[in-house]
Design a binder for this molecule. Structure first.
Ligand code: ZN
Length: 120
């Protein structure tokens, strides 16, 4: 699932959200209720999970519903664009020369050589 974009933050601490967004907010552990200004709020006082930038009032920001992370506009967009197709977005960069990719694929069956010796 891609990060959810919020058009404008209410404050650095929290932003009022509609009922439809309470589910990802709950899942992220960021839902605030019981305030007199509104019914549901998303807490984001920890700022962007990638760069630590605070969410500025009036500025857009993102919530990653899978990880529960808040992202600034730049990093939210980046994350959105990366996993555009396919739901199984794998974690971890597939950089070249990964040391941990020595996977033995079961039995190799190399002892099953055909017995036709043709040399001679
Ligand atoms: Zn950021």
């Amino acid at each position: 699932m891609r990060p959810i974009r919020f058009e404008a933050a209410d404050s650095r601490e929290r932003t009022q959200i509609g009922e439809g967004l309470t589910r990802p907010a709950v899942k992220a552990g960021r839902l605030e209720t019981g305030r007199k200004e509104g019914k549901y709020f998303l807490r984001h006082d920890d700022g962007c999970a990638a760069c630590g930038a605070p969410v500025e009032p009036g500025e857009p920001f993102y919530l990653d519903p899978e990880t529960g992370e808040i992202l600034c506009e730049e990093h939210g967009r980046e994350r959105r664009g990366e996993s555009e197709s396919g739901e199984n977005a794998e974690v971890g960069e597939n950089a070249e020369g990964g040391p941990d990719s020595g996977v033995a694929e079961g039995t190799d069956g190399s002892d099953e050589e055909p017995n036709g010796s043709e040399r001679g």
